[in-house]
Design a protein around this ligand. Structure first.
Ligand SMILES: Cc1cc2nc3c(=O)[nH]c(=O)nc-3n(C[C@H](O)[C@H](O)[C@H](O)COP(=O)(O)OP(=O)(O)OC[C@H]3O[C@@H](n4cnc5c(N)ncnc54)[C@H](O)[C@@H]3O)c2cc1C
Length: 459
């Protein structure tokens, strides 16, 4: 049966796009954090929507499950097989054409396998901005971004991936192609079906293309690295900057000293912008008009909010150096107990204080002095809250239970932007209302009655 199926796939996508050998398939079978790995019948790399449809039909007939994969940068094990049943990995990376760019409609129609940074460049070349931006943008693909409803550093002003989409094309679990590639900003004709596939992590179908929103390109930017005494001051500063700068505030990222120190250790050539500061925020403004006006606005706002110290980027190279520190944090503290949580912005300081004291409570008997790496998109109420080092990983469940108890107490989310995948599939049952889970399962059954789309993930 296996050889028949491989032959049928090869007839659709060409032999060289069916990877069945251990060596060829290996890069597709393990996730970015090397936490999840599973076997696949093979990796199939279709080059067009019709090919995706034909491959899905073959899988549906054979009862073989499908794991869609983009750039494989996901952080919850959603993009690799579980090994629980026969599965193929369906890589979208050959579907990387920009089908259209309509500057007057401010839209770009892209195939799912387009790398995010390539879309940003295409928009830029047309004098527009594609606003989704995250540290993995050189590798992650738009299909993966939409399937995880990625967040990133511009959510404060432009919203999540969900907010960047006007239309979609998807292949359903029975192989039918849904063409919803409409570039409309108004369309109240019933359920907004594309939103079902956004954030579904490949469990409802395969996104093959999307119509994406473009924005006016900011011509000026101002970036600053600012010392703050504590998270409470950071949240107050955010509130002040939002008032003073309005929509021009595009990013507001918090970093604890442990994060900066981890980056300095990981990349000794990096210069600490403000040595000795306990907490720092990285702020970015964007606007039309000259840089000078924006710099003056930021300087004034920082003076008004009594920041103890700040470094303002003088040019693009300075700004990139500051952003590089923030973007290096994920790789600078690799093996520890990770969390991607959100709470209301106003509750961030209390969340940080309560969680740390709960984790360090004697009754828990965690080793003394373990580090806590706390950083993230504070403007969105989203923190990456990573605890300890490799020695603590064996106590992951206890550590996460403490963190999630505080998240629940503030009505927060245990997955702000990375999704559920395999990592949090069981955990979500303890945090989401039973009715919401029941409705999610009903949607899954309605679209994928055979259960072949990315089994063992999300629901
Ligand atoms: C250094 C680093 C920084 C990161 N920073 C952020 C951040 O700031 N914000 C954030 O939100 N995420 C972040 N991430 C996580 C990750 O980059 C995002 O989740 C990204 O959107 C995943 O895209 P991908 O193409 O790599 O998807 P993959 O990892 O390949 O897949 C992710 C999920 O989507 C499904 N999928 C992929 N393509 C399709 C498709 N075409 N149709 C249907 N399902 C599909 C997969 O089955 C899987 O469940 C970061 C990751 C790294 C490594």
């Amino acid at each position: 049966m296996r050889n028949d199926l491989l032959g049928s796939f090869a007839a659709v996508v060409g032999e060289k796009n069916v990877l069945a050998g251990e060596h060829d398939a290996a890069p597709y079978l393990t996730d970015w954090r090397r936490q999840f790995s599973g076997p696949a019948v093979c990796v199939v790399r279709p080059g067009a929507t019709a090919e995706v449809s034909a491959v899905v039909r073959l899988c549906a007939q054979a009862g073989v499950a499908i794991v869609p994969q983009g750039g494989n940068t996901g952080l919850v094990g959603g993009s690799v097989p579980t090994g629980a049943r026969p599965e193929i990995v369906l890589s979208l990376s050959r579907m990387n054409r920009i089908r259209a760019l309509d500057a007057l409609n401010n839209t770009l129609t892209a195939e799912a396998g387009c790398v995010l940074a390539d879309l940003q460049r295409a928009a830029d070349a047309a004098g527009r901005l594609f606003a989704l931006s995250l540290a993995a943008e050189g590798s992650c693909q738009i299909g993966g971004n939409l399937s995880t409803n990625a967040g990133g550093v511009n959510v404060l002003r432009y919203g999540n991936a969900r907010d960047q989409v006007l239309g979609m094309e998807a292949v359903l679990p029975d192989g039918r192609i849904w063409d919803g590639l409409r570039g409309l900003r108004k369309d109240n004709t019933g359920y907004d079906l594309k939103q079902l596939f956004i954030g579904a992590e490949g469990t409802l179908g395969i996104i093959t293309a999307a119509v994406l929103k473009l924005h006016p390109k900011p011509t000026a930017s101002a970036t600053a690295w600012i010392e703050v005494e504590n998270p409470q001051r950071a949240v107050e500063m955010l509130s002040h900057l939002r008032g003073a700068c309005g929509d021009r505030l595009t990013a507001f990222e918090l970093l604890s000293r442990t994060c900066v120190d981890a980056v300095l250790k990981h990349r000794p050539q990096v210069r600490d912008p403000l040595p000795g500061s306990a907490w720092a925020v990285l702020v970015q403004l964007g606007d039309s008009g000259p840089d000078e006006a924006l710099h003056a606005l930021l300087e004034r706002a920082l003076e008004e909010s009594a920041a103890p110290d700040a470094v303002l980027a003088k040019n693009e190279a300075d700004a990139q150096a500051l952003w590089a520190i923030r973007e290096t944090v994920p790789e600078a503290q690799f093996g520890n107990v990770k969390h991607d949580i959100s709470v209301p912005v106003s509750k961030i300081p209390e969340f940080i204080a309560r969680t740390e004291s709960a984790l360090r409570a004697e009754a828990l008997r965690l080793p003394a002095g373990f580090p806590i790496y706390c950083f993230g998109h504070v403007g969105d109420g989203n923190l990456h809250y990573n605890v300890g080092d490799a020695a603590l990983i064996s106590r992951r469940e206890e550590v996460s239970r403490v963190v999630y108890e505080v998240v629940d107490a503030f009505g927060g989310s245990i997955s702000a932007e990375h999704g559920l995948g395999q990592l949090k599939r069981a955990e979500i049952g303890k945090h989401k209302p039973a009715l919401e889970l029941e409705l999610m399962r009903a949607v899954k059954r309605a679209l994928d009655p055979q259960g072949i789309m990315n089994p063992g993930k999300v629901v």
